[in-house]
Design a protein around this ligand. Structure first.
Ligand SMILES: C[S@@+](CC[C@H](N)C(=O)[O-])C[C@H]1O[C@@H](n2cnc3c(N)ncnc32)[C@H](O)[C@@H]1O
Length: 213
C-alpha cells in the first residue's frame, strides 16, 4: 500500500485500488470509516460505500476516449459511486496519467483496475452482485428495471460496445429508449442516466449531512 497525493493505493494481483484519504485526519470516525472501506473493499471485494452499505457501482469496459472516462470519474466522485475499469484501455488509465490529464476529481473516487475481462469476472464472482449491462440491444427500458444496491452497471466501449461474450455474461440488459434512427447516446450520458435511476431506487444518493459539510 502506498500514499499518493492524498490517496492510499493498494495493488493486489491485478487489482489496483485508489481510496481517498479523509481530509479530517483528526476525526477518528473518518479514519475508522476510511480504513473499513479500504480493507473491507480490497480484501473481501465487497461493494461498500457510505460506511457499510452496498451501493451500485459503475464498470467501464475497455474505454477508448479519455474525456468520456474523465466525465464518468467525475460523476462517480460526485455521487460517491465506486468505479471498475476493465482493461485494456486505449489510453493510460494509471492514476498518475489520469492525474496528469487534469482529472483532479480522481482523488475523490475509488477506482479498481482489472487487467482483463477475465480478471474482472473473477473479482465479480467473489464480490457478488448482478452485472447490469447498458446496451442499445437491451431488452428492458432502464427506468422499468428494478435495481439492487449491489448491482454493477456496465457500459461498453465507445467504438464497439461489448463483445458477445460480455453480453451473454450479463444478468440483465437494459437500454435507454431513443427516437427511431438514433444509434446511441454518449457513454458518459448513459452512465449518468442509469446511475441516477439506480441511486434513486436504492436510495444511495449522498446523504444531506455529507454534502458540503
Ligand atoms: C457509443 S455506445 C457504443 C456504440 C457501439 N457502436 C455499439 O454498437 O454498441 C457506448 C456505450 O454506451 C452505452 N449506450 C449508449 N447508448 C445507449 C442506450 N440508448 N441504451 C443503453 N446503453 C447505451 C452502451 O453501454 C454502449 O456500449
Amino acid at each position: 500500500m502506498a500514499l499518493w497525493h492524498g490517496q492510499a493505493r493498494l495493488s493486489i494481483a491485478g487489482l489496483e485500488l485508489f481510496q481517498p484519504v479523509p481530509q479530517n485526519a483528526a476525526d477518528p470516525g473518518a479514519a475508522r470509516r476510511f480504513l473499513r472501506r479500504l480493507l473491507g473493499r480490497s480484501l473481501d471485494g465487497g461493494a461498500h460505500c457510505h460506511d457499510d452499505e452496498a451501493m451500485p457501482r459503475l464498470a467501464i469496459y475497455q474505454p477508448d476516449i479519455p474525456q468520456n472516462t474523465g466525465t464518468m470519474l467525475r460523476l462517480a466522485a460526485c455521487l460517491g459511486v465506486p468505479v471498475e475499469i476493465i482493461e485494456p484501455a486505449a489510453f493510460d488509465v494509471s492514476d498518475r496519467n489520469l492525474r496528469r490529464s487534469g482529472m483532479d476529481y480522481i482523488q475523490h473516487v475509488t477506482i479498481t483496475r482489472h487487467i482483463s475481462w477475465r480478471a474482472f469476472e473473477a473479482w465479480r464472482q467473489e464480490a457478488g452482485g448482478r452485472l447490469v449491462l447498458a446496451t442499445t440491444k437491451g431488452a428492458i427500458p432502464y427506468a422499468d428495471f428494478t435495481y439492487r444496491p449491489d448491482d454493477v452497471v456496465l457500459v461498453g466501449r465507445e467504438s464497439a460496445g461489448v463483445p458477445e461474450e460480455v453480453h451473454a455474461a450479463a444478468d440483465a440488459r437494459i437500454l435507454i429508449p431513443m427516437q427511431p434512427g438514433m444509434r446511441s447516446l454518449n457513454v458518459a450520458v448513459t452512465a449518468a442516466m442509469i446511475l441516477g435511476e439506480s441511486l434513486r431506487q436504492t436510495r444511495s444518493f449522498p446523504q444531506p449531512d455529507t454534502i458540503n459539510p
